[in-house]
Design a protein around this ligand. Structure first.
Ligand SMILES: [Zn+2]
Length: 157
């Protein structure tokens, strides 16, 4: 059982979210596999996710086949989680352009929203990256982004 990538076998109820392009699928597959390794090997990841409003571990989310990863061709941000359809995630062109680590970071960030992390001024979703080994605590403490890690202390929502 696993979260699923929309490869044409799913119609997202979120307007504008479509099938992941064939050229982007290897990055999504890599990110999904890597996220499972993180959930298995880094206790801090499941611990952090279990403390989010919906209380689900990262492992539980990654094993949930009702959660779908779609593509949003017009996204201006790296990704999004549908408010109206909480099990729908989208990843946008800019994340794919930067590369697989950004796709992974986007997946983790959006799964934190699926787990109830709020948007707006909250940084709870982005902070999930720190607990998944995708950022440095010094970035969190100083608020200065290290461009070599996917975590960005300037990202809220
Ligand atoms: Zn967000």
């Amino acid at each position: 059982m696993s979260i699923q990538m929309n490869i044409g076998d799913h119609v997202s109820p979120h307007p504008g979210w479509v099938t992941v392009l064939p050229k982007h699928r290897p990055q999504v597959n890599w990110a999904r596999s890597r996220a499972k390794v993180i959930a298995r090997d880094m206790a801090s990841a499941n611990r952090y996710f279990s403390g989010l409003p919906n209380g689900r571990s990262l492992t539980s989310l990654l094993n949930d086949r009702s959660i779908w990863i779609n593509y949003d061709p017009s996204a201006t941000e790296f990704g999004a989680n549908s408010v109206a359809h909480p099990n729908e995630i989208a990843i946008g062109p800019s994340a794919f352009r930067i590369g697989r680590w950004t796709v992974l970071a986007t997946l983790i960030h959006e799964l934190a929203h699926v787990d109830g992390a709020p948007g707006g001024a909250s940084t709870q979703a982005e902070e999930a990256l720190l607990h998944c080994g995708l950022g440095r605590w010094s970035e969190f403490r100083t608020g200065r982004d290290d461009p070599h890690t996917p975590y960005d202390p300037d990202i809220s929502g």
